[in-house]
Design a protein around this ligand. Structure first.
Ligand code: COA
Length: 218
């Protein structure tokens, strides 16, 4: 799976793919997960956090979207600041070096174990790779609490920002996840992700930090 970085600067190249992503998100979040408050008459799942500042990671196999997520700068409105502020004991994080991850998905046919690394692990390793490459120090995530042990088990350090709360019948927590070399190397090692996955088409002008040597895994 290749994971494409889509940002303001290269979004025109990906206009069709972004639209397909909104329709897949509808299928997953509105139809499958039944988050019906997200339903829109045009069959796209898109909200106020899908803006020009939003960065998308889109995982493609043979031209088909198999996984994705979005990243929203915490200097802009986020799920945590505007929808679920009760999940943070202190005021929500607002820092240029911290992005909020959300809408992390894998299409149903690619979930669970398959030949090769799990799509879920590749898209999350790609998020860590993106953070390291552009110099972030952390991610915030509003997540259903069942996901927290899975984050820890893939070698990420996630600190709760507040206490879990029941939201629409689901225990939900906000966490701050460190972005650092070790977290990327650990998820690669523990989940058999072979190394960098990101494609930066049309983003030659973006300053990028080098990644740690994946051979450190050996
Ligand atoms: N509630 C509780 N547990 C869940 C869950 C849910 N809604 N969705 C997945 N899980 C658990 C599964 O039970 C499974 O546990 P198991 O391995 O012990 O059986 C585990 O997480 C793995 O989930 P699975 O769906 O098999 O595959 P995956 O690891 O390839 O993908 C997701 C995980 C979350 C990416 C995928 O299930 C998905 O895209 N779900 C829809 C989108 C979503 O809900 N995203 C999270 C909120 S943004």
């Amino acid at each position: 799976m290749d994971v494409h970085v889509v940002r303001r600067e290269n979004r025109e190249l990906y206009a069709d793919l972004i639209e397909r992503q909104f329709r897949i998100r509808h299928q997953i979040y509105v139809v499958e997960r039944k988050w019906t408050e997200l339903e829109r008459p045009d069959g796209r799942e898109i909200d106020q956090f899908d803006t020009d500042d939003t960065v998308y990671l889109i995982g493609l196999q043979n031209g088909e979207i198999v996984a994705g997520m979005r990243m929203v700068p915490t200097t802009s409105p986020t799920l945590l600041s505007d929808i679920f502020p009760q999940l943070a004991l202190d005021s929500p994080v607002r820092r240029p070096d911290v992005y909020e991850l959300s809408r992390i998905f894998v299409v149903p046919t690619k979930r669970g174990e398959h030949a090769g690394p799990r799509a879920e692990a590749v898209i999350q390793a790609a998020a860590m790779e993106y953070g390291l490459t552009i110099g972030l120090s952390a991610f915030t995530i509003v997540l259903e609490t069942w996901w927290l042990p899975r984050l820890l088990d893939q070698g990420w350090r996630a600190r709760p920002l507040g206490l879990p709360q029941d939201i629409n019948g689901m225990s939900t927590t906000a966490v701050l996840v460190d972005v650092d070399d070790e977290s990327w190397l650990e998820i690669c090692a523990r989940r058999a992700v072979p190394g960098p996955a990101l494609l930066w088409q049309g983003l030659d002008g973006i300053d990028r930090n080098p990644l740690p040597n994946i051979m450190e895994l050996a």
